[in-house]
Design a protein around this ligand. Sequence first.
Ligand code: SF4
Ligand code: SF4
Length: 410
Amino acid sequence: MTDLSQPAGAAQSQATPDGVAPPLWLLAELTYRCPLHCAFCYNPVDYTDHSRELSTEQWIGVLREARALGAAQLGFSGGEPLVRDDLEVLVGEARKLGFYTNLITSGVGLTDKRLGDLKAAGLDHIQLSFQDSTQELNDFLSSTRTFDLKQRVAASIKRHGFPMVLNCVLHRYNLPHVDKIIDMALAMGAEYLELANTQYYGWAHRNEAQLMPTREQLEEAEAVVERYRRTQGERCKIFFVVPDYFERRPKRCMNGWGAVFLGVAPDGAALPCHAARSLPGLVLPNVKETPLREIWYESDAFNRFRGLAWMKEPCRSCDEKERDLGGCRCQAYLLTGDAANADPVCDKSPSHDAVVSVVNMARRAAAAGEAREQPILFRNDTNSRKLASNASAASVAASGDTGSHGGTGG
Ligand code: SF4
Ligand code: SF4
């Protein structure tokens, strides 16, 4: 297994301000606090270990440094960014700096007053998430009663004149409702609908056995999307990406590690991808201690998987490596134990069976009409603390060190 705690060597030396393009977009994860408890949440499962948040002034510093570095798109995300009462101040600063700003929200806390204030501060765009087109499933999957509230918030967003993306994460529970989800987006006047098939890391990885759809479910949903695209034209632009577990080649994750995306977690850890915190031993630099320019161009974390020099076989000698850059590092780690391996979605990977067996499990369970017995693990503080302490215990056991532990990634 590659030791991520060691300096990057060859990969590190290739990255210089001359050879590396600046980031295009900054994702500011303002907080891990969230009133919802989604079964597929992309926040790290041990988020309670990283809950101390940057102050308003520190976030303003991050925005200024990121803009100076060249970032132009800015997403305010979380958790639920609306739990921060300085959101309007940060949006105002971002507008002054010339960012195009997007609020990524569950809608909880998005009152008419806040919508007006955010509009006045210069917010450009809002992405509102739903869990389903039905109240029953929406509320079950988020473990909250929020469906009616989200409906009201969607109407208010349009009344305030914001362009709106509806986002719905798809899995085996709601894939059969894709037509209803599209109808809902059309009725709400959404300009965009993002049908985001679940990515199986974070909480979704823990709930993989429950959430994984069958290939037939995906194909049927894709056919429905195609039909709507033909009949509805440009009224609402629908994005639908097949989850890569069902492909034979991985996606070019984040369009390349350290290529366009710069995330900053609530505690100031800088992230080359949303899930980078799941990679043990990868020391994430923190904006509280290191200037963003240095983080982007010089840190080990951002250079570790930049470009192609870090690759092992079969990627190193593969004639497709420039196309997919070896796929997702976090998926490679989760399924093979080594983040420098080929993404096992690829059928050239010696670990491809790990992906096939999950897909087959979903097919067999559906064919047998089996209920998937394992209970869903909802994202909440209690479960996060348990998972964080289990991970610590496992890491202590693995190192043989009973005196202290090193955490996961930050
Ligand atoms: S996925 Fe759900 S629980 Fe996670 S941050 Fe978003 S709304 Fe909150
Ligand atoms: S072997 Fe690696 S580079 Fe080649 S197609 Fe598979 S993941 Fe991509």
